[in-house]
Design a protein around this ligand. Structure first.
Ligand SMILES: C[S@@+](CC[C@H](N)C(=O)[O-])C[C@H]1O[C@@H](n2cnc3c(N)ncnc32)[C@H](O)[C@@H]1O
Length: 242
C-alpha cells in the first residue's frame, strides 16, 4: 500500500498486491504484516510531511489521488447529501479531503487521526486555506473517546487498509474497526470506503455485520493476461437498523 492516483499502475495497487503476496511471512488473513500498520510509521511520515509543508508549502501525498476525492464528492452531490450533514474522515492524514469538503460547502466536518503530527499538519493546511470551521482530533479509531457519535457520513481512504497490515493481531483490529464504525455512524448513515488492499467481495464480507452495500463507485480498470480487474475498490455502505 502506498500513496498514488488510482490509475492502472498506481504504487497503491502495486504495493497492495505485494502486501498480499510479497516477501515476509503471511498472517492468517493472507497479508504480510508491515510497518504501514503502525502508529510509529505514520507519525514518522507526517512529521516529515509537516516539515516539508513548513519549508515549501507542499501539502504532501493524496492517497489514491485527486480523483478519489472527486469521486466521493460527486457521490454526495448525486445523492443530494445536505451540506449540514455531519461528516467524519477516519484517518484523515494531511486533511486535504476535509479541505475539499469545506470548499464544496459542507459545514459540519470532523477529521480524526491517531498520529498527532497528521493532525498538526491538517491544522496548518486548513489554516493556510483560511478555513476555520473544521474539527480535528487526535483519536485512535480502535479506541474511541465517547464523544464521537451520530455522524451521517463516515469516510475512509486507506485507513482500513493500513489497519489491516498491523503486525499485532490485525484480524482483531479489523473487527474492532467495524464495532467502532457502528458506534460513530447513525442508523441509515453512509460509510464510504476506498481500498487498495481489499476487493469488493472481501469488503462486503468484512462489513456484513450491521452494514449493507448501497452502491459501488466506479474506479479505473486494468487488464492483464486476458482478465480485467480494478486496482482500487470504492464502496458505499449503509448502516442497517439495529
Ligand atoms: C493511507 S493513510 C491515508 C490518509 C488519508 N485518509 C488520505 O486519504 O490521504 C492512513 C491514515 O490512517 C491513519 N490511521 C491508521 N490507523 C489509525 C487508527 N487506528 N486510528 C486513527 N487513524 C489511523 C494513519 O495515521 C494515516 O493518516
Amino acid at each position: 500500500m502506498n500513496a498514488g492516483g488510482d490509475s492502472d499502475d498506481s504504487s497503491a495497487s502495486v504495493a497492495a498486491r505485494s502486501a498480499r503476496s510479497g516477501e515476509g511471512s503471511l498472517a492468517e488473513d493472507g497479508f504480510v504484516p508491515s510497518a504501514l500498520g503502525t502508529r510509529e510509521h505514520w507519525n514518522a511520515v507526517y512529521e516529515r510531511e509537516l516539515q516539508t509543508f513548513q519549508e515549501y508549502g507542499d501539502t504532501g501525498e493524496i492517497w489514491f489521488g485527486e480523483e478519489s476525492m472527486t469521486r466521493l464528492i460527486r457521490w454526495m452531490q448525486k445523492h443530494k447529501i445536505p451540506l449540514d450533514a455531519s461528516v467524519l474522515d477516519i484517518g484523515t492524514g494531511n486533511g486535504v479531503f476535509l479541505v475539499e469538503l469545506a470548499k464544496f460547502g459542507f459545514s459540519d466536518i470532523t477529521g480524526i487521526d491517531y498520529s498527532p503530527s497528521a493532525i498538526q499538519l491538517s491544522g496548518r493546511i486548513i489554516e493556510k486555506e483560511g478555513l476555520s470551521n473544521i474539527k480535528l482530533k487526535v483519536e485512535d479509531f480502535l479506541n474511541l473517546s465517547t464523544e464521537l457519535s451520530g455522524f451521517h457520513i463516515c469516510v475512509d481512504k486507506g485507513t482500513f487498509d493500513a489497519i489491516s497490515l498491523n503486525p499485532d493481531n490485525a484480524i482483531e483490529k479489523r473487527k474492532q474497526y467495524v464495532k467502532s464504525l457502528s458506534v460513530v455512524l447513525k442508523v441509515k448513515g453512509f460509510f464510504l470506503i476506498t481500498s487498495c488492499n481489499w476487493t469488493k467481495e472481501e469488503l462486503l464480507e468484512e462489513f456484513s455485520e450491521g452494514f449493507e452495500l448501497f452502491e459501488e463507485l466506479s474506479t479505473p480498470t486494468f487488464s492483464f493476461g486476458g482478465r480485467t480487474g480494478n486496482s482500487v475498490a470504492a464502496l458505499v455502505f449503509q448502516k442497517k437498523f439495529r
